[in-house]
Design a protein around this ligand. Sequence first.
Ligand SMILES: [Ca+2]
Length: 143
Amino acid sequence: MTATPTTPTPSATTSTTPPTTGTCSAYSRIEAESYSNQSGIITQATSDIGGGQNLSSIANNDWAHYKGVDFGTTRATQFVARVTSGATGGASGLVEIRLDSLDTAPIGTFAIANTGGWQSWQTIPANISGVTGVHNVYVTFTS
Ligand SMILES: [Ca+2]
């Protein structure tokens, strides 16, 4: 199994006014390690901007869950993540974003290939399918 350490930071972007309600705004930075629950993931110190921690040891079928993320009333159409990967041999990981259940169809996906090292951070945007309201966000990993 190929480990693909990545640190998605679920934060939607839009040109509209951010919402002010909900347990956690989709329009502010959400630290990946602030998950409510997860499977297969560990946290470690990060060299990314701002320090703190990142998710690590991410492998196939691992996931992280973020409770009560408020997307507001205007459709959010982009998800932006900070990621890094030192995977070699052309290996890449697929990140899928789901709402409210691990079994729902993804609202957005993006792939992560080698970024130049395991602490070589890049910002990756992904389109999402117009999300409003408060949701439990699941980020799942396939490699
Ligand atoms: Ca972090």
